[in-house]
Write a protein that binds this ligand. Structure first.
Ligand SMILES: [Zn+2]
Ligand SMILES: [Zn+2]
Length: 258
């Protein structure tokens, strides 16, 4: 009888554990870094014809944002990118309004190493997040570290500040908190999306959703390998549709997801 009770208890515990990773236990908070509304200039999309731009009513620019995302799961506070760290950055004030202090951040996952995604990692000469483990795809880090030093001075300083808690990975490795890294190469050499439950945090997969959702063949000037960026954009959006994933982007306009 006693054994049966123990078995039942074990079964109940297993069931509880199985339920712990449900989507409902993942909270995602978009953090818009920019204060003023942001339009990506039409000129960024040089290959998109004028006729299409005017048909879509985008002559004045394409609505966008600069965002980071705070994810709360498994009792951890996780940041995806750190926005650009400009003087009027809304990253720390927004975290504060969510009752999250910089020292509370456990992990930061970086989609890629452009300044508008890692500028907020530093605060003055210090690491803005003193206790966070920093995760970067090895392909991305290697690509930038092999660029001339004079072009990557601030990146090298940032990496130095986090060097004791820097973790590199290759996609498909198991990352903390059940997070899965997804190759999204093209925008930068090691640009990486992250799947958290049924959410895909997709970095700079698009810079102008009002154009690129329906016309993924057009790249923003920032895409380093345009052909690859187009392939990735199409493939990722197809996967998201097939698997019912909500796609978040660091430059999507409100509500910051598709
Ligand atoms: Zn970028
Ligand atoms: Zn960006």
């Amino acid at each position: 009888m006693k054994n049966k009770a123990i078995l039942m208890l074990a079964a109940a515990l297993t069931f509880n554990n199985a339920c712990r990773n449900t989507v409902s236990e993942i909270e995602i908070h978009p953090i818009q870094d920019n204060v003023k509304p942001r339009l990506m200039p039409r000129a960024l999309f040089a290959e998109a014809p004028d006729s299409l731009i005017s048909e879509l009513g985008l002559e004045e620019g394409i609505p966008a944002s600069v965002c980071a995302f705070l994810v709360k799961t498994e009792n951890k506070e996780i940041l995806f990118d750190a926005a650009n760290g400009a003087a009027d950055s809304q990253l720390l004030p927004t975290l504060s309004s969510l009752q999250v202090k910089p020292e509370d951040i456990d992990h930061i996952f970086i989609t890629h190493l452009h300044g508008d995604h890692i500028g907020g990692l530093t605060s003055g000469q210090k690491a803005a997040f003193p206790n966070a483990q920093l995760h970067i795809n090895i392909v991305e880090l290697d690509a930038w570290m092999s660029m001339p030093e004079e072009q990557t001075i601030s990146l090298r300083k940032t990496i130095e500040l986090y060097k004791d808690r820097l973790h590199t990975f290759i996609p498909d490795e198991t990352l903390p908190c059940g997070i899965k890294a997804v190759e999204a190469y093209g925008h930068t050499p090691g640009h990486t999306a992250y799947q958290v439950g049924e959410n895909l945090i997709a970095g700079d997969i698009m810079h102008g959703t009002a154009l690129q959702v329906d016309y993924p063949q057009y790249c923003a000037r920032f895409d380093m390998d345009k052909e690859k960026a187009v392939q990735t954009r199409k493939a990722l959006m197809e996967t998201a549709e097939r698997e019912g994933l909500k796609v978040y982007g660091m430059h999507f306009p409100q509500p910051y997801w598709l």
